[in-house]
Design a protein around this ligand. Structure first.
Ligand SMILES: O=C(O)c1[nH]c(=O)[nH]c(=O)c1Cl
Length: 312
């Protein structure tokens, strides 16, 4: 079909899925994704143990996007690992994404050892970009740390793995992170996570809109699309072809999916808008994207992936 895509030798019948953290924290949410037209699902980023996360209000939505400082609330790795293993037994041949976000290198390594030893055969998304754990810097902004983490992970981890990156805002940083990532057998890179530590103010109440960190949180939604596309394109132009790109950020409509693919994405993830719209989003986006492709005479996303033109 027109929306099929392949990453790491696995074929998905739809190049669209949820972004980690949105409507994917419990079995009910994940079952809804399994039943939907999404090409895959990703589970809420897991820590080794169940975690309550930051105090509420910790998420706020606005016309042009969302701000969140959830603080990694999740049911713990066992919950999600059991879910994805049960699902792969029920639906052999399907591939999904298990997201892990340890708050320390030791936690990340422990979780990956557990997954390596398990019968899980799907993808792992190693989240190096959570901006909301108080006192914890984003690994993705410390290039030496990224090197260390990936060195230690690939000492033992042999199953398909990708990393979730924060947005970068300097072409030199695209060069630097790509030079590191190209040294590893990564299956994919997911770009971007929310734009971290933004501040939303309510002028009427003269107050911030979320409790944690004095109101600071990660931004998602329409306003981050130009940054998301810049990162998808920046990585597509620099990463070795074996590393697929998952494009995340600012997708509301089919045309936004089209733009992410044009910039080099093989799969796209939708967060903020999926939070608003729920499961019907995937049918709407599939129809809108298919219509765009038909108007342009494309029959597969391979026809235009990465083919963004410049003026020269
Ligand atoms: O606060 C969160 O749970 C969170 N929020 C985000 O916007 N990105 C992340 O990776 C995570 Cl882990």
């Amino acid at each position: 079909n027109m929306l099929a895509t392949t990453i790491g030798g696995r074929t998905f019948n739809n190049c669209m899925m949820n972004a980690a953290g949105v409507r994917c924290q419990n079995k009910r949410d994940l079952d809804a994704l399994v039943q939907s037209d999404a090409g895959a699902y990703v589970t809420k980023s897991a820590t080794p143990q169940k975690r309550a996360g930051n105090p509420s209000p910790r998420m706020h939505t606005l016309p042009h996007g969302s701000i969140n400082s959830m603080g990694l609330p999740n049911n713990g790795l066992d919950y999600y690992l059991n879910y994805v293993i049960a699902d792969q037994q029920k639906r052999p041949g399907t591939t999904n994404f298990l997201s892990v976000a340890g708050t320390s290198l030791a936690d990340n390594l422990a979780m990956l050892h557990q997954i390596q030893a398990s019968e899980y055969t799907g993808f792992v998304e190693l989240n190096l970009s959570c901006p909301n754990v108080p006192g914890k810097p984003q690994v993705g902004y410390d290039f030496d740390r990224v090197h260390t983490v990936l060195d230690q992970v690939f000492e033992f981890y042999t199953k398909p793995l990708g990393v979730k990156l924060p947005p970068y805002f300097d072409l030199v940083h695209f060069d630097q992170i790509a030079a590191i990532l190209n040294q590893y057998p990564l299956t994919f890179v997911n770009s971007i996570n929310s734009i971290g530590n933004a501040l939303v103010v309510d002028p009427q109440s003269e107050q911030v809109v979320i409790r944690p960190k004095g109101g600071y949180g990660g931004i998602g939604g329409a306003s981050v699309k130009p940054t998301a596309l810049a990162n998808v394109r920046g990585l597509a132009l620099r990463l070795k072809p074996e590393i697929a790109i998952v494009g995340t950020g600012g997708i509301l409509n089919g045309v936004d999916v089209f733009e992410h693919i044009l910039c080099g994405a093989s799969m796209v993830q939708i967060g903020t808008q999926f939070g608003y719209e729920g499961i019907p989003l995937f049918d709407r986006l599939a129809k809108e994207l298919t219509d765009i492709m038909k108007q342009k005479g494309y029959t597969s996303i391979d026809d235009f992936r990465g083919k963004l033109k410049t003026f020269d």
